[in-house]
Design a protein around this ligand. Structure first.
Ligand SMILES: *Cc1c(COP(=O)(O)O)cnc(C)c1O
Length: 390
Protein backbone atom coordinates (compact mmCIF):
# COMPACT_ATOMS: atom_id res chain seq x y z
CA UNK A 1 0.00 0.00 0.00
CA UNK A 2 1.45 3.37 -0.99
CA UNK A 3 1.12 6.43 1.20
CA UNK A 4 2.53 8.80 -1.39
CA UNK A 5 -0.88 10.40 -1.76
CA UNK A 6 -1.17 11.48 1.89
CA UNK A 7 0.14 14.82 3.14
CA UNK A 8 -0.66 14.18 6.80
CA UNK A 9 -1.81 11.18 8.77
CA UNK A 10 -2.01 9.49 12.14
CA UNK A 11 0.12 6.36 11.82
CA UNK A 12 -1.13 3.68 14.22
CA UNK A 13 1.19 0.80 15.08
CA UNK A 14 -1.08 -2.22 15.56
CA UNK A 15 1.89 -4.25 16.82
CA UNK A 16 2.18 -1.74 19.68
CA UNK A 17 -1.52 -2.18 20.54
CA UNK A 18 -1.02 -5.95 20.68
CA UNK A 19 2.20 -5.64 22.66
CA UNK A 20 0.53 -3.40 25.24
CA UNK A 21 -2.45 -5.71 25.73
CA UNK A 22 -0.30 -8.83 25.97
CA UNK A 23 1.93 -7.10 28.51
CA UNK A 24 -1.11 -6.08 30.57
CA UNK A 25 -2.52 -9.62 30.35
CA UNK A 26 0.80 -10.96 31.65
CA UNK A 27 0.69 -8.39 34.44
CA UNK A 28 -2.88 -9.11 35.61
CA UNK A 29 -2.52 -12.86 35.14
CA UNK A 30 -4.18 -15.39 32.85
CA UNK A 31 -7.39 -15.74 34.90
CA UNK A 32 -8.48 -12.15 34.33
CA UNK A 33 -10.36 -11.28 31.13
CA UNK A 34 -9.34 -8.19 29.15
CA UNK A 35 -12.01 -5.81 27.94
CA UNK A 36 -10.50 -3.46 25.33
CA UNK A 37 -12.13 -0.04 25.51
CA UNK A 38 -12.48 1.29 21.96
CA UNK A 39 -14.96 4.13 22.54
CA UNK A 40 -14.55 7.44 20.70
CA UNK A 41 -12.98 5.88 17.60
CA UNK A 42 -10.54 3.97 19.79
CA UNK A 43 -9.40 7.16 21.54
CA UNK A 44 -8.90 8.71 18.11
CA UNK A 45 -6.75 5.86 16.78
CA UNK A 46 -9.30 4.37 14.35
CA UNK A 47 -11.72 1.85 15.74
CA UNK A 48 -11.98 -1.19 13.48
CA UNK A 49 -8.31 -2.13 12.98
CA UNK A 50 -7.64 -1.37 16.65
CA UNK A 51 -10.58 -3.52 17.79
CA UNK A 52 -9.39 -6.43 15.62
CA UNK A 53 -5.82 -6.06 16.90
CA UNK A 54 -7.11 -6.07 20.48
CA UNK A 55 -9.06 -9.28 19.86
CA UNK A 56 -5.98 -10.83 18.20
CA UNK A 57 -4.01 -9.94 21.32
CA UNK A 58 -6.44 -11.91 23.48
CA UNK A 59 -9.05 -9.38 24.57
CA UNK A 60 -12.32 -11.27 25.07
CA UNK A 61 -14.51 -8.19 25.31
CA UNK A 62 -14.77 -4.80 23.65
CA UNK A 63 -16.36 -1.76 25.28
CA UNK A 64 -17.88 1.31 23.68
CA UNK A 65 -19.81 4.24 25.11
CA UNK A 66 -22.67 4.54 22.61
CA UNK A 67 -25.02 2.12 20.93
CA UNK A 68 -23.98 3.39 17.48
CA UNK A 69 -20.36 2.57 18.25
CA UNK A 70 -21.39 -0.99 19.02
CA UNK A 71 -23.44 -1.26 15.83
CA UNK A 72 -20.39 -0.09 13.86
CA UNK A 73 -18.39 -3.03 15.29
CA UNK A 74 -21.15 -5.53 14.45
CA UNK A 75 -21.58 -4.18 10.93
CA UNK A 76 -17.86 -4.72 10.41
CA UNK A 77 -18.36 -8.40 11.28
CA UNK A 78 -17.03 -8.40 14.84
CA UNK A 79 -18.91 -11.10 16.80
CA UNK A 80 -17.24 -10.95 20.25
CA UNK A 81 -19.13 -9.53 23.25
CA UNK A 82 -19.46 -5.74 23.16
CA UNK A 83 -20.30 -3.91 26.38
CA UNK A 84 -22.00 -0.52 26.04
CA UNK A 85 -20.69 1.35 29.08
CA UNK A 86 -22.65 4.55 28.45
CA UNK A 87 -26.31 5.36 28.94
CA UNK A 88 -28.83 4.11 26.38
CA UNK A 89 -32.36 5.46 26.04
CA UNK A 90 -35.32 3.02 26.00
CA UNK A 91 -35.72 3.77 22.27
CA UNK A 92 -32.36 2.10 21.65
CA UNK A 93 -33.47 -1.24 23.11
CA UNK A 94 -34.42 -2.68 19.71
CA UNK A 95 -30.96 -1.93 18.28
CA UNK A 96 -29.22 -3.29 21.38
CA UNK A 97 -31.10 -6.57 21.01
CA UNK A 98 -30.82 -6.77 17.23
CA UNK A 99 -27.04 -6.27 17.30
CA UNK A 100 -26.50 -8.46 20.38
CA UNK A 101 -24.79 -5.65 22.29
CA UNK A 102 -24.49 -5.95 26.07
CA UNK A 103 -26.14 -2.91 27.64
CA UNK A 104 -25.44 -1.39 31.03
CA UNK A 105 -28.88 -1.21 32.60
CA UNK A 106 -29.51 1.11 35.53
CA UNK A 107 -33.01 2.31 34.70
CA UNK A 108 -36.07 0.15 34.89
CA UNK A 109 -37.61 1.74 31.77
CA UNK A 110 -34.61 0.58 29.75
CA UNK A 111 -34.89 -2.91 31.27
CA UNK A 112 -38.61 -3.08 30.34
CA UNK A 113 -37.87 -2.03 26.79
CA UNK A 114 -35.11 -4.65 26.47
CA UNK A 115 -37.36 -7.34 27.89
CA UNK A 116 -40.09 -6.47 25.38
CA UNK A 117 -37.66 -6.55 22.48
CA UNK A 118 -36.09 -9.83 23.57
CA UNK A 119 -39.00 -11.96 22.28
CA UNK A 120 -37.86 -15.14 23.92
CA UNK A 121 -34.12 -14.77 23.28
CA UNK A 122 -32.23 -14.01 26.49
CA UNK A 123 -30.59 -10.57 26.59
CA UNK A 124 -27.53 -10.36 28.80
CA UNK A 125 -27.07 -7.13 30.73
CA UNK A 126 -24.55 -5.59 33.11
CA UNK A 127 -25.47 -3.35 36.02
CA UNK A 128 -23.24 -0.51 37.16
CA UNK A 129 -22.83 0.57 40.76
CA UNK A 130 -21.82 4.15 41.50
CA UNK A 131 -19.46 3.71 44.44
CA UNK A 132 -18.29 7.29 44.45
CA UNK A 133 -17.75 8.86 41.02
CA UNK A 134 -21.15 10.55 41.02
CA UNK A 135 -22.04 9.84 37.42
CA UNK A 136 -23.77 6.84 35.89
CA UNK A 137 -24.82 3.85 37.98
CA UNK A 138 -27.04 2.76 40.84
CA UNK A 139 -26.18 3.94 44.32
CA UNK A 140 -25.32 0.99 46.59
CA UNK A 141 -28.73 1.07 48.32
CA UNK A 142 -30.55 0.97 45.01
CA UNK A 143 -28.92 -2.22 43.75
CA UNK A 144 -31.00 -4.94 45.46
CA UNK A 145 -34.41 -3.32 44.75
CA UNK A 146 -33.34 -2.85 41.13
CA UNK A 147 -32.23 -6.47 40.79
CA UNK A 148 -35.56 -7.72 42.10
CA UNK A 149 -37.35 -5.65 39.41
CA UNK A 150 -34.93 -7.01 36.84
CA UNK A 151 -35.54 -10.60 37.93
CA UNK A 152 -39.26 -10.17 37.38
CA UNK A 153 -38.76 -9.24 33.72
CA UNK A 154 -38.73 -12.08 31.21
CA UNK A 155 -35.64 -12.83 29.12
CA UNK A 156 -33.20 -10.55 30.94
CA UNK A 157 -30.07 -12.27 32.19
CA UNK A 158 -27.78 -10.53 34.68
CA UNK A 159 -24.25 -11.31 33.49
CA UNK A 160 -22.10 -8.65 35.05
CA UNK A 161 -21.87 -5.98 37.68
CA UNK A 162 -19.26 -3.26 37.69
CA UNK A 163 -18.06 0.00 39.12
CA UNK A 164 -15.69 2.74 38.00
CA UNK A 165 -12.97 4.55 39.95
CA UNK A 166 -12.73 8.33 40.26
CA UNK A 167 -9.08 8.56 41.32
CA UNK A 168 -7.30 5.46 40.01
CA UNK A 169 -4.71 7.69 38.33
CA UNK A 170 -3.64 9.33 41.62
CA UNK A 171 -0.67 8.21 43.71
CA UNK A 172 -2.85 8.19 46.83
CA UNK A 173 -5.00 5.05 46.65
CA UNK A 174 -7.19 5.79 49.67
CA UNK A 175 -10.33 6.78 47.79
CA UNK A 176 -9.97 4.03 45.18
CA UNK A 177 -9.68 1.43 47.95
CA UNK A 178 -12.80 2.85 49.61
CA UNK A 179 -14.69 2.57 46.35
CA UNK A 180 -13.50 -1.00 45.92
CA UNK A 181 -14.58 -1.87 49.48
CA UNK A 182 -18.05 -0.40 48.84
CA UNK A 183 -18.30 -2.40 45.62
CA UNK A 184 -17.26 -5.61 47.43
CA UNK A 185 -19.96 -4.99 50.05
CA UNK A 186 -22.58 -4.61 47.34
CA UNK A 187 -21.38 -7.82 45.68
CA UNK A 188 -21.57 -9.68 48.98
CA UNK A 189 -25.14 -8.47 49.58
CA UNK A 190 -26.10 -9.42 46.04
CA UNK A 191 -24.66 -12.92 46.47
CA UNK A 192 -26.39 -13.21 49.84
CA UNK A 193 -29.70 -12.39 48.15
CA UNK A 194 -29.17 -15.30 45.79
CA UNK A 195 -28.05 -13.61 42.59
CA UNK A 196 -25.18 -14.96 40.52
CA UNK A 197 -22.82 -12.37 39.05
CA UNK A 198 -20.55 -14.23 36.61
CA UNK A 199 -18.47 -11.21 35.55
CA UNK A 200 -17.44 -8.69 38.22
CA UNK A 201 -15.27 -5.84 36.97
CA UNK A 202 -13.92 -2.57 38.30
CA UNK A 203 -10.45 -1.72 37.05
CA UNK A 204 -9.62 0.78 34.32
CA UNK A 205 -6.02 1.05 33.03
CA UNK A 206 -4.68 2.84 36.09
CA UNK A 207 -6.18 0.30 38.52
CA UNK A 208 -5.07 -2.61 36.33
CA UNK A 209 -1.51 -1.31 36.62
CA UNK A 210 -1.59 -0.57 40.33
CA UNK A 211 -4.26 -2.37 42.42
CA UNK A 212 -4.38 -6.20 42.10
CA UNK A 213 -7.40 -6.46 44.46
CA UNK A 214 -9.43 -4.65 41.80
CA UNK A 215 -8.81 -7.14 38.97
CA UNK A 216 -11.69 -9.53 39.83
CA UNK A 217 -13.00 -11.27 36.67
CA UNK A 218 -12.17 -8.62 34.07
CA UNK A 219 -10.24 -5.36 33.63
CA UNK A 220 -11.33 -2.59 31.24
CA UNK A 221 -8.28 -1.28 29.43
CA UNK A 222 -8.35 1.98 27.49
CA UNK A 223 -5.43 4.39 27.59
CA UNK A 224 -2.76 1.79 28.43
CA UNK A 225 -3.68 -0.27 25.37
CA UNK A 226 -2.76 2.77 23.28
CA UNK A 227 0.63 2.86 25.02
CA UNK A 228 -0.01 5.97 27.08
CA UNK A 229 0.28 6.21 30.85
CA UNK A 230 -2.97 6.99 32.75
CA UNK A 231 -1.09 9.78 34.55
CA UNK A 232 2.44 10.60 35.64
CA UNK A 233 1.45 9.68 39.21
CA UNK A 234 1.02 5.98 38.44
CA UNK A 235 4.30 4.57 37.14
CA UNK A 236 3.59 1.71 34.77
CA UNK A 237 5.01 -1.64 35.88
CA UNK A 238 4.78 -2.79 32.25
CA UNK A 239 6.57 -1.24 29.30
CA UNK A 240 3.98 0.50 27.17
CA UNK A 241 4.62 1.41 23.54
CA UNK A 242 2.72 4.47 22.23
CA UNK A 243 0.80 3.35 19.16
CA UNK A 244 0.06 6.66 17.52
CA UNK A 245 2.35 9.00 15.60
CA UNK A 246 1.16 12.21 14.00
CA UNK A 247 2.98 12.78 10.76
CA UNK A 248 2.97 15.41 8.04
CA UNK A 249 5.32 16.71 5.35
CA UNK A 250 6.89 20.04 4.54
CA UNK A 251 4.71 21.76 1.94
CA UNK A 252 6.90 24.78 1.29
CA UNK A 253 10.14 26.34 2.65
CA UNK A 254 11.06 29.96 2.27
CA UNK A 255 13.32 32.49 3.91
CA UNK A 256 11.33 35.52 5.03
CA UNK A 257 13.10 38.83 5.77
CA UNK A 258 13.35 40.33 9.25
CA UNK A 259 10.11 42.09 10.16
CA UNK A 260 7.87 39.60 8.32
CA UNK A 261 4.70 38.60 10.15
CA UNK A 262 3.46 35.03 10.31
CA UNK A 263 -0.14 33.90 10.29
CA UNK A 264 -3.48 35.29 11.47
CA UNK A 265 -3.32 38.13 13.92
CA UNK A 266 0.42 38.70 13.25
CA UNK A 267 1.27 37.09 16.58
CA UNK A 268 4.81 36.33 15.42
CA UNK A 269 7.15 38.85 13.79
CA UNK A 270 10.50 37.54 12.50
CA UNK A 271 13.28 39.33 14.38
CA UNK A 272 15.83 38.14 11.82
CA UNK A 273 15.71 36.56 8.39
CA UNK A 274 13.87 33.31 9.13
CA UNK A 275 13.60 30.06 7.24
CA UNK A 276 9.94 29.09 7.54
CA UNK A 277 8.49 25.67 6.70
CA UNK A 278 4.79 25.29 6.04
CA UNK A 279 3.20 22.09 7.40
CA UNK A 280 -0.26 21.20 6.04
CA UNK A 281 -2.03 20.21 9.25
CA UNK A 282 -4.08 22.32 11.64
CA UNK A 283 -6.93 22.44 14.11
CA UNK A 284 -9.23 21.14 11.38
CA UNK A 285 -7.33 17.89 11.82
CA UNK A 286 -7.49 18.10 15.60
CA UNK A 287 -4.08 19.70 16.20
CA UNK A 288 -5.00 22.28 18.81
CA UNK A 289 -4.83 26.02 18.19
CA UNK A 290 -3.57 26.39 21.77
CA UNK A 291 -0.22 25.20 20.38
CA UNK A 292 0.18 28.52 18.52
CA UNK A 293 3.66 29.93 19.28
CA UNK A 294 4.12 27.13 21.87
CA UNK A 295 4.34 23.70 20.27
CA UNK A 296 7.26 22.09 18.51
CA UNK A 297 7.60 19.55 15.71
CA UNK A 298 10.45 17.32 14.55
CA UNK A 299 12.14 17.83 11.20
CA UNK A 300 15.44 16.18 10.28
CA UNK A 301 15.56 14.70 13.79
CA UNK A 302 15.55 18.17 15.39
CA UNK A 303 12.95 20.26 17.15
CA UNK A 304 11.44 23.18 15.27
CA UNK A 305 9.19 25.73 16.99
CA UNK A 306 5.72 26.59 15.77
CA UNK A 307 5.68 30.29 14.96
CA UNK A 308 2.44 32.20 14.56
CA UNK A 309 -1.03 30.78 15.01
CA UNK A 310 -2.11 27.25 14.27
CA UNK A 311 -4.63 27.67 11.43
CA UNK A 312 -7.41 25.30 10.47
CA UNK A 313 -5.35 23.62 7.77
CA UNK A 314 -1.72 24.56 8.32
CA UNK A 315 1.03 25.56 10.72
CA UNK A 316 4.33 27.36 10.20
CA UNK A 317 7.59 26.35 11.89
CA UNK A 318 11.02 27.96 12.18
CA UNK A 319 13.67 25.75 10.55
CA UNK A 320 16.45 28.36 10.35
CA UNK A 321 18.69 26.19 12.55
CA UNK A 322 18.07 22.95 10.64
CA UNK A 323 20.20 22.65 7.50
CA UNK A 324 18.82 21.40 4.21
CA UNK A 325 15.09 21.26 4.96
CA UNK A 326 13.19 20.61 1.75
CA UNK A 327 9.68 20.24 0.51
CA UNK A 328 8.28 16.73 1.20
CA UNK A 329 10.58 16.18 4.21
CA UNK A 330 8.83 14.26 6.97
CA UNK A 331 7.46 16.27 9.90
CA UNK A 332 6.66 14.46 13.16
CA UNK A 333 4.18 16.24 15.44
CA UNK A 334 3.72 13.30 17.84
CA UNK A 335 6.16 10.40 17.87
CA UNK A 336 9.84 9.77 17.31
CA UNK A 337 12.21 10.89 14.58
CA UNK A 338 15.86 9.96 14.86
CA UNK A 339 16.82 10.38 18.49
CA UNK A 340 14.16 12.99 19.21
CA UNK A 341 10.58 12.40 20.34
CA UNK A 342 7.45 14.39 21.11
CA UNK A 343 4.89 12.59 23.25
CA UNK A 344 1.14 13.06 23.55
CA UNK A 345 1.92 13.94 27.19
CA UNK A 346 4.10 16.86 26.07
CA UNK A 347 1.27 18.20 23.89
CA UNK A 348 -1.16 17.67 26.77
CA UNK A 349 1.03 19.70 29.14
CA UNK A 350 1.31 22.54 26.63
CA UNK A 351 -2.43 22.65 26.03
CA UNK A 352 -3.62 22.16 29.61
CA UNK A 353 -5.20 18.75 29.12
CA UNK A 354 -4.47 15.02 29.38
CA UNK A 355 -3.03 12.60 26.81
CA UNK A 356 -6.49 11.01 26.41
CA UNK A 357 -7.84 14.22 24.91
CA UNK A 358 -4.83 14.77 22.64
CA UNK A 359 -5.44 11.60 20.61
CA UNK A 360 -9.24 11.61 20.94
CA UNK A 361 -9.30 15.15 19.52
CA UNK A 362 -7.92 13.99 16.16
CA UNK A 363 -10.69 14.56 13.64
CA UNK A 364 -12.05 12.34 10.84
CA UNK A 365 -10.39 14.42 8.12
CA UNK A 366 -7.00 13.18 9.26
CA UNK A 367 -6.33 9.81 7.58
CA UNK A 368 -5.44 6.92 9.88
CA UNK A 369 -2.76 4.59 8.51
CA UNK A 370 -2.38 1.23 10.27
CA UNK A 371 1.00 -0.45 10.40
CA UNK A 372 2.34 -3.93 11.00
CA UNK A 373 6.10 -4.47 11.24
CA UNK A 374 6.57 -0.88 10.13
CA UNK A 375 4.57 -1.36 6.92
CA UNK A 376 1.21 0.24 6.16
CA UNK A 377 -1.42 -2.50 5.94
CA UNK A 378 -4.68 -0.52 5.98
CA UNK A 379 -6.01 3.01 6.08
CA UNK A 380 -9.16 4.77 7.24
CA UNK A 381 -9.97 7.85 5.20
CA UNK A 382 -12.86 10.15 4.45
CA UNK A 383 -13.10 8.65 0.99
CA UNK A 384 -13.11 4.92 0.26
CA UNK A 385 -9.74 3.52 -0.88
CA UNK A 386 -10.84 2.55 -4.40
CA UNK A 387 -11.62 6.17 -5.26
CA UNK A 388 -8.01 7.27 -4.71
CA UNK A 389 -4.83 6.43 -6.55
CA UNK A 390 -3.01 3.86 -4.44
C1 LIG B 1 -13.36 4.95 29.43
C2 LIG B 1 -13.62 3.94 30.47
C3 LIG B 1 -12.65 2.98 30.81
C4 LIG B 1 -11.23 3.01 30.28
O1 LIG B 1 -10.46 3.91 31.04
P1 LIG B 1 -8.88 4.07 30.84
O2 LIG B 1 -8.46 5.00 31.89
O3 LIG B 1 -8.70 4.64 29.47
O4 LIG B 1 -8.31 2.70 30.93
C5 LIG B 1 -13.01 1.97 31.69
N1 LIG B 1 -14.25 1.93 32.24
C6 LIG B 1 -15.19 2.86 31.96
C7 LIG B 1 -16.52 2.76 32.62
C8 LIG B 1 -14.90 3.90 31.08
O5 LIG B 1 -15.84 4.82 30.84
Amino acid sequence: MSLDNLTSCAAVDLDAIEHNLRAIQAHVGPGVRLCAVVKANAYGHGVLPVARAALDAGAQWLAVARVDEGIQLRQAGITQPVLVIGYAVPGEAAALVQYRLTPTVNRIEVAWALSQQAQGHPVTVHVKVDTGIGRYGLLPDEVLPFLSHLRALPDLHLEGMYTHFATADAADQTYMRQQLATYQEVLAAVREAGYAVPIRHAANSAAALSLPDSYLDMVRIGIAMYGLAPSDEVPSPVTLRPALSLISHVARVRTLPAGSSIGYGRTYICAEPTRVALVPLGYGDGYRRALSNRGQVLIGGQRAAIIGRVSMDQITVDVTHIPGVQEDDEVVLIGAQGDAAITADEIARLTGTINYEVTTALLPRLPRVFKRQGEAVAAARLIPPDSTAS
